[in-house]
Design a protein around this ligand. Structure first.
Ligand code: UD1
Ligand code: CA
Length: 454
């Protein structure tokens, strides 16, 4: 059976009360639409398109980047109307899977089950049972349990409103039948829209078999219509991610106070304290410890390394047995060799820090290649920017830089050199020697401190 996928994403999402189209709101750092697209792509459909309308200027660049076809629905006249616009996408396949851009957490396995239970003479709807079905279309069955139609919340009478089995919006339909029958939809309903859900009654009349796959996990079929629902789904997703980490041998100080916005790989006995945010591709090797309030993005942290509280690490590679923080900021391109130490209020960027080297306090090390066992005193700054270009600083093994020194790049400090405290280094420093810029110390006798006026 050949498959097409149509993702509906043209709605405004009025209930979000936002200038952003609903499908561009993010869950775990990724737009709702991209969650749906990622799942859809795992099904390898023959063709796929996203129906856009509201906020298309924001949605189209995403589709372009991913090479996914966009279908414009200029006026949003309902989910059925949206599928009509996409007719060309599924005119030569067997089945069409309709996904909603605001239902982000459906699992690929569930969709596979849906696709497998449909064929060219039957239609399958993904449903679930909810304690509170408010807002969803209700699955209406006859005395024999056969589906007769889906009734939207706004069109439902009291008895229908009490039905707890709801429509996820997601269904797989026979393509040829759909193409031939979409013209049977009308907009005689409470919202004056062409509802895709009305195709169920049409299918019943046409004698098609109608199946349902009832999803056990409500979150898989939950649609985001309000910011509260978005927040609830975000928490659910984060709980799933936290459970995955714990199952893989990570201790979380509080699983409710960790946010994962990407793909995390972990070794054994990793410990993560509270209020940590992990973004992009992050790897923690065995025995890594992450302190409270750290934000780590696209980075690798080697075995046994410790990140103390309130540190930020972005696009960096950290070796084994390294100590970072508290209050450290590793910017992109930082590479720390084993046993290096980056202390409080230190910022690094595009810097290679050699094995066992220490930058313990209040320093900026940028565009630097640093050897082994270097000691950088407090308040050292690599002056890497001349206002137009960046320049590199090279520091050899076993160098000692005295506190409050400025290394004006491009500059080289040769192996074993010592730089006196308070030096402004404008020329290369020789190996195994003391280099300093001398400022004359003087005493002004009889000088009086200013006093406050009374
Ligand atoms: C829809 C279903 C409802 C189901 C619920 C599940 C219909 C008529 N109702 O209701 O049975 O329980 O989803 O979440 O289908 N869209 C367009 N063009 C339009 C209208 C909507 O592309 O003209 C898109 C929206 O961007 C959204 C999706 O379709 O991604 C669903 O639309 P929405 O208005 O949220 O439908 P619901 O009222 O939630
Ligand atoms: Ca919805």
């Amino acid at each position: 059976m050949s498959l097409s996928i149509v993702i509906l994403a043209a709605g405004k999402g009025s209930r979000m009360k936002s200038a952003l189209p609903k499908v561009m709101h993010t869950l775990a750092g990724t737009t709702l639409l991209e969650h749906v697209i990622a799942t859809a792509q795992t099904l390898s459909p023959l063709s796929m398109a996203v129906v856009c309308g509201n906020g298309a200027d924001q949605v189209l660049p995403i589709l372009e980047k991913k090479g996914i076809a966009a279908i414009m629905q200029h006026e949003q006249c309902g989910t059925g109307h949206a599928v009509i616009q996409a007719g060309s996408v599924f005119n030569d396949v067997d089945q069409v899977l309709v996904l909603y851009g605001d239902v982000p957490l459906t699992q690929a396995a569930t969709l596979k089950q849906l696709i497998e239970s449909g064929d060219i003479n039957s239609l399958t709807i993904l449903t679930t049972k909810l304690d509170d079905p408010t807002g969803y279309g209700r699955i209406v069955r006859n005395g024999d349990g056969d589906i007769i139609c889906i009734t939207e919340q706004k069109d439902a009478d009291k008895a229908t409103l009490s039905i707890q089995e709801v429509n996820s919006g997601i269904m797989v339909l026979p393509a040829k039948w759909l193409t031939d029958s979409l013209n049977k939809l009308n907009n005689n309903n409470a919202q004056g829209e062409y509802y895709l859900t009305d195709m169920i009654a049409v299918a019943v009349a046409d004698g098609l078999a109608i199946n349902t796959v009832c999803c056990q996990d409500n979150a898989e079929v939950a649609g985001v219509n309000t910011r509260q629902q978005l927040a609830e789904l975000e928490r659910h997703y984060q709980w799933l991610k936290a459970k995955e980490l714990m199952a893989n041998g990570v201790t979380l100080a509080d699983p409710a106070r960790l946010d994962i916005r990407g793909n995390i790989t972990t070794g054994l006995d990793v410990y993560i304290d509270v209020n940590v945010i992990l973004e992009g591709d992050v790897t923690f090797a065995d025995n890594v410890k992450i302190g409270a309030n750290c934000i780590i993005k696209d980075s690798f942290i080697g075995q046994g390394s410790i990140v103390l509280p309130n540190s930020m690490i972005d696009s960096s590679k950290v070796g084994e047995g390294v100590n970072i923080g508290p209050f450290a900021r590793l910017r992109p391109g930082t590479v720390l060799a084993d046993k290096a130490k980056i202390g409080n209020f230190v910022e690094t960027k595009n810097a290679n820090i050699g094995e066992g080297s220490k930058v313990n306090h209040l320093s900026y090390i940028g565009d630097t290649d640093m050897g082994k066992n270097v000691n950088i005193g407090a308040g050292t700054i690599t002056c890497n920017y001349d206002g137009a270009n960046k320049h590199r600083t090279t520091i050899g093994d076993n160098v000692f830089i005295g506190s409050d020194s400025q290394l004006v790049a491009p500059v080289m400090v040769a192996e074993g050199a010592t730089i006196g405290a308070g030096t402004t280094l404008r020329k290369d420093a020789a190996a195994e020697a003391l280099t300093l810029t001398k400022t004359v110390q003087k005493t002004v006798a009889g000088w009086k401190r200013p006093v406050k006026k009374t």
